[in-house]
Write a protein that binds this ligand. Structure first.
Ligand code: OGA
Ligand code: NI
Length: 399
């Protein structure tokens, strides 16, 4: 069977009336040669949008992503993306006058800064940092590089889909887990697990790899300073080789792209979830749309973009290792009707082969362990077995 996909786009512009007409025609000729019979199929854009299977193929398997769908300037959201009401963010639960702490890291040796970091990790699980030491030029470069990657033609991006990628450490995905998600999320992302510089040079997309690696390297000392502050309250005086391996032994960096959405209120950019990391360093652009659940509450707060800032959140692995002192908080990204949004999280993780559980120093204080010892790779596998569903991943490790 041969499939020929011809996309014709005609754009007519009438200056006088300032009137734009876009005609997108997607013609699919499917030439089947079976026992001498030959059928020719014609599919219009309307039928692409009506046919869920074909739409999923277009979005997930052909490198177009939701970005490609968004660029067809569709007027209404296809059913494939319409989330059940309980999965969408309930805007009536957003409290407008509260926000997560903003911490100035310029004097990170000052014990007061360390205390503020630990307090924020306990009470909010989320905070923003300014004067963090990662140069603005490096941040701008990684943002540009993210756009450069997503602007590649689908044929080029397709090479990074799991089925085509020569390594399991680099993959381009639409939604969260399209094989499992029955309703898709309005997001494309490139996920890169760092193994070595050599691997980066061989497998990461050349349009963005240098900038992404540079950003990763420039974040390392910040990550160490954050962890150093956080472990003090766990009665661990400093980051040594042993605890460094379990706290920050592996890194994953994602480039997230949330294109303009025709009916943002009907879907999600990312459904409510907590991260499985030790901690996450999130770079978001100026669009906004990230919401964080308030601890032990039904309410949500927005994380307003602050130029040059980074957002830090505690992940499940540190909630487990701190025996619940630090909170891995549910968060959610809404889709946007006017602007494309990008974000770049660095997930700072234990190594897949580490067994994690409440740290000995915490248990030695006389606390009862709330979590079991689990192999980190099993924990992560559990996360990737199911669609986003709030904070339920951590149940896997509960005693
Ligand atoms: C994530 C995430 C938030 C954002 O990728 O896990 O929560 O603002 N991203 O994109
Ligand atoms: Ni997240």
């Amino acid at each position: 069977m041969f499939d020929y996909y011809i996309k014709a786009q005609t754009k007519c512009r009438c200056n006088l009336l300032s009137f734009q007409l876009f005609i997108h025609t997607r013609i699919i000729f499917s030439v089947k040669v079976a026992r001498g019979s030959r059928t020719i199929r014609f599919t219009s854009m309307a039928s692409l949008l009506d046919n869920t299977r074909e739409l999923k193929t277009f979005v997930v398997d052909e490198g177009h992503g939701v970005k490609g769908l968004s660029e067809l300037k569709i007027k209404s959201l296809p059913e494939l993306f319409i989330q059940p009401i309980e999965k969408r963010l309930d805007m009536s639960k957003v409290v407008p006058y509260e926000s997560i702490p903003v911490i100035d890291m310029s004097n990170s040796d000052d014990p007061k800064v360390g205390e503020a970091i630990c307090d924020a990790a306990e009470k909010w699980g989320f905070f923003q940092i300014i004067n963090h030491g990662v140069p603005l030029s490096i941040i701008d470069d990684v943002k540009d590089a993210t756009y450069k990657f997503f602007m590649l033609p689908p044929e080029e991006k397709k090479k990074y889909l799991f089925k085509n990628s020569p390594t399991k450490n680099v993959r381009l995905v639409t939604s969260f887990i399209p094989e499992v998600d029955t309703v898709l999320e309005w997001k494309d992302y490139l996920s890169c697990f760092y193994v070595s510089d050599d691997e980066v040079n061989s497998f990461w997309p050349s349009v963005c790899r240098d900038q992404v690696l540079e950003y990763l390297k420039n974040s390392e000392s910040l990550i160490k300073r954050l962890l150093e502050a956080l472990i003090k309250r766990l009665d661990i005086p400093k980051l040594d080789d042993k605890n460094k391996a379990i706290l920050m032994g592996s890194m994953r960096i994602n480039l997230n792209y949330y294109p303009v959405c025709p009916n943002p209120e009907l879907t999600v950019g990312v459904g409510g979830h907590s991260d499985v990391s030790t901690l996450t360093v999130l770079l978001q652009d100026e669009t906004g749309g990230l919401y964080v659940r308030k601890l032990d509450s039904e309410n949500w707060v927005h994380v307003p973009p602050i130029k040059g800032s980074l957002t830090i959140n505690i992940g499940d692995a540190l909630q487990i290792m701190s025996n619940g002192l630090y909170k891995s908080i549910e968060h959610h990204v809404v889709a946007n009707g006017n602007k494309n949004r990008i974000s770049v999280p660095i997930f700072v993780n234990p190594r897949p082969s580490d067994v994690i559980g409440p740290l000995a120093q915490v248990i030695n204080r006389g606390e009862k362990a709330l979590y079991k010892q689990v192999l980190y790779s099993d924990y992560v596998k559990h996360f990737y077995r199911k669609s986003h569903n709030g904070k339920d991943t951590i149940d896997f490790a509960k005693v």
